[in-house]
Design a protein around this ligand. Structure first.
Ligand code: FAD
Length: 518
């Protein structure tokens, strides 16, 4: 017999199957000897009270053995000679679009400007150590896109659980831990993601799909409002009438190209701010309300939102036990973001803390039109670069100093490898963002006592939170509203925010595109 129910236990019991059996037996009047196995279906931590609890959804096997059913990948056919779909970008959106094409019997041709996961590592080293930014291979560009050397948090606000579970199961099929199917806040970690991404690429190729690295798309040819071919950086071109455009939110050259060719795009509100680093121990103390976290709880995340004079300020992509990374995609700019290893065992935590921006905040709207948000974002990244000394060092300030408008007399070492320059954030940001940060951090401290400390350091800017541009598409066909055969896809087009939602959108675009192939 099998029984499924929810139970709340202490963190120690949650990790000890024998003690869990005793608790379940007592609660349900089942003899311990009769319980053959307890399968945990879902796990979440409830840290609202001083006595922290773990919520478990479990399946109890009574007088019946548990048989583990391994996650199976779909039965992918050979598509070597099938109709082709060109996919630009090998981020989560592009790769999951390609996998879906193969699954449905079509041949994806993936064109990626960056290098494969292994080659990409050298360029990450160069940006961290030598301050050299490769415009085609960096933390945002290359195999797996911005998702490869990311934190690998897999939660999403998507309401469609079926779609989310499908992507999680595919990730498990490609080598991710099956715990991502159980945890309420699943996470993979930077050290594990590259092998999963490489396995996806190998699968696409093994079934006849193509994946081309160091292949940047530089132009589109359009005939009678229909896509006709794409041009590559080396002068080659590919004739095609099906293109999934999944180039991410950092491909400014793609947005500029679309605008130049008068292909409709729109400015989109986004958010921008700083990345703050605290000691993980402090965050644990605040969140778990205890001196030391102990061995049974994971490094604590946090999530916080405040309204400051009617403008939202919130935490974004919080990385417990993580590191701040240099995520610029061009020389002459600095950008921060964060990642963590699978164990989240670094002594520091970091989070983007960003201020909501509206279209009316982009002063140059009349000059730049749909690119005005993108230029606003770029101007702050370039100013930060200039202020911090024109390397990959970033402007930084101790947190309490920021709220007081005081330049920090010294800065502690942080996890951001290229280094810091002490600069008042008032110099980096327009007044309305600076003021919101100053007031917002004080408000944060009211909800998370101890958060506002001078031991924490803000790094600027956190500017690539979501795309500053939307590429409009038809709600039903997912085709560009003006160009037939062009499918704007993923985060860059404005239809996703994060790995899972980008992957879901990739699958959706592939299916919609294939529907139109006779
Ligand atoms: P991208 O991943 O941006 O992929 C676009 C791809 O297109 C890139 O590989 C790029 O090289 C390629 N490309 C661009 N222009 C061209 C061209 N002209 N020709 C050919 N190829 C081109 N999200 C989460 O959900 N959880 C996290 O924990 C998380 N942490 C992150 C940490 C970091 C450091 C970063 C940078 C991002 C993080 N993100 C995280 C965000 C997440 O990675 C993105 O939301 C996601 O990757 C978007 O997927 P995408 O496929 O739409 O675009």
């Amino acid at each position: 017999m099998q029984y499924e129910f929810s139970i709340q236990v202490s963190p120690e019991i949650a990790v000890d199957p024998d003690r869990l059996k005793i608790v379940v037996s007592k609660k349900n009047g089942i003899s311990v000897d009769e319980i053959r196995h307890i399968q945990v279906l879902k796990r979440s931590i409830d840290a609202r009270q001083k006595a922290i609890k773990v919520n478990l959804k479990i399946k109890v096997f009574v007088q019946e053995d548990f048989e583990e059913i391994p996650i199976q990948l779909p039965d992918y056919p050979d598509v070597s000679n099938a109709s082709e779909v060109v996919i630009i970008g090998a981020g989560p959106a592009g790769l999951f679009a390609a996998l879906r094409c193969v699954e449905l019997g079509y041949k994806p041709i993936v064109l990626e400007r960056g290098k494969d996961v292994r080659e990409r590592r050298r360029d990450l080293k160069a940006i961290n150590r030598d301050h050299i930014v490769n415009e085609d291979s960096n933390y945002c560009f290359g195999e797996g896109g911005a998702g490869t050397y990311s934190d690998g948090k897999l939660y999403t606000r998507s309401k469609k659980r079926g779609d989310v579970n499908r992507i999680l199961q595919l990730l498990v099929g490609f080598g991710a831990t099956d715990q991502i199917l159980v945890e309420a806040h699943p996470h993979i970690g930077t050290n594990k993601l590259p092998a999963i991404i490489a396995a996806i690429r190998q699968k696409i190729r093994a079934h006849g799909g193509e994946v081309h690295f160091e292949t940047r798309v530089t132009d589109f040819s359009i005939k009678n409002d229909e896509i006709h071919s794409v041009s590559l950086h080396n002068g080659d071109s590919i004739t095609t009438n099906k293109v999934i455009l999944a180039t991410g939110h950092s491909a400014r050259d793609v947005f500029e190209l679309l605008h130049k060719k008068k292909i409709e795009i729109e400015a989109k509100p986004f958010a921008l701010g700083v990345r703050v680093e605290h000691s993980q121990q402090l965050i644990d103390q605040i969140q778990y309300k205890c001196e030391v976290r102990g061995p049974y709880l994971p490094p604590s995340p946090y999530s916080i939102v405040k309204q400051v004079d009617g403008r939202g300020m919130y935490s974004f992509c919080m990385c417990p036990g993580g590191v701040i990374a240099p995520c610029a995609t061009s020389p002459g700019e600095v950008v921060t973001n964060g990642w963590s290893p699978s164990k989240r065992d670094q002594p520091t935590s970091n989070s983007g803390i960003v201020v909501e921006l509206r279209l009316e905040d982009f002063k140059d709207f009349s000059k730049y039109g749909p690119l005005s948000g993108m230029y606003f974002q770029k101007s702050i990244e370039q100013k930060s670069w200039h202020l911090a000394g024109e390397t990959q060092r970033v402007p930084a300030q101790r947190l309490a100093d920021l709220t007081k408008g005081k330049v920090s007399v010294d800065l502690p070492e942080t996890s951001y490898k290229p280094g810091l320059s002490s600069i008042d954030m008032g110099e980096v940001f327009p007044k309305f963002i600076h003021k919101t940060l100053q007031h917002g951090f004080k408000a944060f401290d009211k909800s998370m006592k101890g958060y506002l400390t001078n031991e924490a350091v803000v790094h600027a800017p956190e500017s690539r939170t979501s795309s500053p541009v939307r590429i409009p598409r038809d709600r039903k066909t997912l085709e560009h509203t003006q160009i037939k055969g062009l499918y704007p896809c993923g985060e860059g087009a404005g239809y996703a925010g994060g790995i899972i939602s980008a992957a879901i959108d990739g699958e959706k675009c592939a299916a919609a595109c294939i529907k139109t192939i006779n």
